[in-house]
Design a protein around this ligand. Structure first.
Ligand code: TMP
Length: 253
């Protein structure tokens, strides 16, 4: 695709282009899938289209319950208009059940319920493989202040409650997820908002009844078709009905 706009940033799964107005960007969802810090790579046809729709669906829902986020509107199959933010260099992870790295680190069986939702942070740095960092590092190195972290935890737990309910309603257990947070400025006043994306790339989603994995672990662990898994999630949420006429999520004002 010939870029129609100036490219601002290219990551592993998305590209950011200059937006039509100052303070906006266009977020393009690629079909590229990576895992283990891009040691495993593939192109999964249709993944970008599904994640564009799914992230629109979740961000619109968050807007409707008053959780501030970067989403403005979907532009087409693969692109959405977003607010430009200054990304806080952290991956904010919320866990409800043990899986992935926490299960490995603590020798827990995957699926074990955690005593309460656990919020943890990785420092966003590909060269270092996004290492887990304590709050002490975040504050000492100035990536975020204590007040920022209090706000980030509050946002992350609201997102967790919202997503847990939405997924549970369609028979899916939200095991864990990752969000990213951005700063926006209204004059001298700084606010933190949810940014990046919310999609099966950044969540662990298990079917409530069968335990079947419906997220990027299908790719990480070679468990079958990633497109089929994401399509199943989209269909259950009514984002991509079988008759191919996608339902437009309505924004309540
Ligand atoms: P983890 O168990 O591998 O630490 O992953 C926790 C959650 O974060 C899981 O839902 C997958 C998501 N995640 C990302 O979105 N990006 C990443 O780079 C990693 C490692 C995990």
């Amino acid at each position: 695709m010939a870029p129609r706009r100036k490219k601002i940033y290219e990551g592993k799964a998305k590209v950011l282009y200059e937006g039509p107005e100052p303070g906006t960007l266009v977020q393009y969802f690629k079909d590229d899938a990576t895992a283990f810090n891009a040691q495993k790579k593939d192109v999964i046809e249709g993944k970008g289209v599904l994640n564009n729709r799914l992230s629109e669906y979740f961000m619109t829902g968050l807007t409707n319950i008053g959780v501030p986020n970067h989403f403005i509107k979907r532009l087409n199959m693969r692109e959405q208009l977003i607010r430009q933010v200054e990304i806080v260099p952290l991956e904010v992870i919320v866990r409800n059940f043990a899986a992935g790295s926490i299960a490995k680190r603590l020798g827990m069986e995957e699926g074990t319920p955690l005593p309460r939702p656990i919020v943890e942070y990785s420092y966003k740095n590909d060269e270092l493989g996004d290492p887990l960092v304590p709050e002490e590092y975040i504050i000492a190195f100035g990536w975020a202040s204590q007040q920022d972290l209090d706000d980030i935890v509050a946002l992350a737990l609201r997102v967790n409650d919202f997503l847990t309910g939405v997924f549970y309603g369609v028979g899916i257990k939200l095991v864990d997820f990752k969000i990213e947070i951005g700063r926006v400025w209204d004059g001298d006043f700084m606010r933190l908002i949810v940014a990046d994306e919310i999609s099966p790339d950044s969540c662990r989603l298990w079917d409530v009844k069968t335990g079947q994995k419906l997220d990027k672990d299908v790719f990480r662990r070679d468990l079958g078709s990633l497109t089929d898994a994401y399509t199943e999630v989209a269909k259950r949420l009514g984002v991509l009905p079988t008759n191919t006429q996608p339902i437009k999520p309505t924004l309540i004002n």
